[in-house]
Design a protein around this ligand. Structure first.
Ligand code: PMV
Length: 370
């Protein structure tokens, strides 16, 4: 598929004067990280993630047509109150989506959104937030084009979400999700994410992710700036190749359920991401002392007990502790006894691999969760 396949032919004439759509979309955590991009939100390397369940965004989109084609007018509300801080990001997203949904140009939009995690928790809401918004837009398009099939609906939702935030492309469907064109991965694309197309061991269907909130402050360097610093980075090409190699190695690890090999690879990915930040120009650090303490504790616990508990990080100080459901009793006791002391007021979120986005209102046709 090419970008032109995603241009909608729906016009205002086939749509009601006003309407609403609502979706819940989950967050996701990358196992192989996307870091560095080309123009048009094209990833410099492919990535793979677990879709989460508890960490999610709920969004209702209300629209009304107006008579001038001046571009979409947007108002954003977070937890029921106006959220002008979010408006620039949502406007930018709508501007990028406009060529693919030309009817937006004549719409007034109201976005009512809320997250399952507190906004100030240091957990990024851009993946789940942009995915929920993209799904709402797709519902508006499909209501006017009922023939649209589920496969196209999901691909275009991921395509649009990507325009808002690259990792949001992976927050539509459940389980293991692959984004970025990669040799040997059928159906893979830089334009949208797909469910991982290979056989995987059942242990990964219910993998647990306990998110430790080590730091709740605003990041010193945004992800957008971080991606930018990969341009001209001395290790960029090796990093992109490392990610591709890791994806190749993961194929048999995921099939066999080799959890120790999984732990080793996933931790290398997390530390490579942060190594890029530390070795760029200017260099910067997003890990905090607590992040390193947690990492040391996890590795010690794995050595001592043999339980395949491992960590990953996104672009921040918080730690995602990953473990199979079968180890959850021992792993959670360990987390309570030895890790919560590094969290701000003990805050953490117990999450798990989830099934993907779902519509909020009963009347709306669901596809991400059938
Ligand atoms: O989607 P962005 O532009 O916020 O980038 C996210 C990048 C990482 O979270 C660090 C890695 C990933 O693949 O999700």
């Amino acid at each position: 598929m090419t970008t032109s396949d995603f241009i909608s032919r729906i016009t205002r004439a086939s749509m009601p004067d006003s309407g609403t759509a609502g979706w819940m979309a989950p967050s996701n955590i990358a196992l192989v990280k996307y870091w560095g991009k080309r123009p048009g939100q094209i990833p410099a390397n492919p990535s793979l993630s677990f879709t989460l369940n508890a960490s999610c965004t709920r969004t209702e989109l209300r629209y009304r047509f107006h008579n001038e084609a001046t571009g979409p007018g947007v108002k954003v509300f977070l937890d029921g109150t106006p959220a002008p801080d979010f408006k620039p990001k949502v406007r930018q997203f709508m501007g990028r989506a406009l060529p693919y949904l030309p009817f937006l140009g004549q719409m007034e939009l109201e976005v009512h959104t809320s997250n399952s995690f507190p906004h100030s928790s240091g957990i990024a809401s851009s993946a789940s937030g942009m995915a929920a918004l993209a799904l709402c837009l797709m519902t508006l398009e499909r209501n006017a084009d009922p023939e649209m099939d589920d496969a196209f609906f999901l691909s275009k939702a991921s395509f649009l979400a990507r325009l808002g935030s690259g990792s949001a492309s992976r927050s539509i469907e459940g389980g293991l999700i692959f984004w970025g064109e990669h040799e040997g991965v059928p159906g893979s694309s830089d334009l949208f994410a797909i469910p991982y197309p290979f056989e995987t061991h059942a242990v990964f269907d219910s993998y647990c992710d306990t998110i430790l909130l080590v730091d709740k402050g605003k990041k010193s360097v945004s992800s957008t700036a971080g991606h930018g610093l990969m341009e001209g980075h001395p290790f960029a090409e090796s990093r992109f190749q490392q990610a591709r190699n890791n994806l190749d190695s993961l194929q048999s690890i995921l099939r066999e359920g080799d959890l120790h090999a999984f732990a080793a690879l996933v931790e290398t990915e997390a530390l490579s991401l942060h190594a890029m930040m530390m070795s760029g120009s200017p260099s910067y650090l997003l890990m905090k002392p607590g992040t390193l303490s947690v990492i040391e504790e996890i590795r010690e616990f794995r050595r001592e007990t043999g339980h395949p508990v491992c960590f990953t990080l996104d672009a921040g100080a918080n730690v995602h502790v990953l473990y199979p459901e079968a180890s959850s009793e021992e792993a959670y006791s360990f987390i309570k006894d030895r890790l919560l002391r590094y969290c701000v007021e003990g805050h953490h979120i117990c999450d798990q691999v989830g099934k993907g986005a779902r519509p909020l209102s009963p009347g709306v046709r669901s596809t991400a969760v059938l």
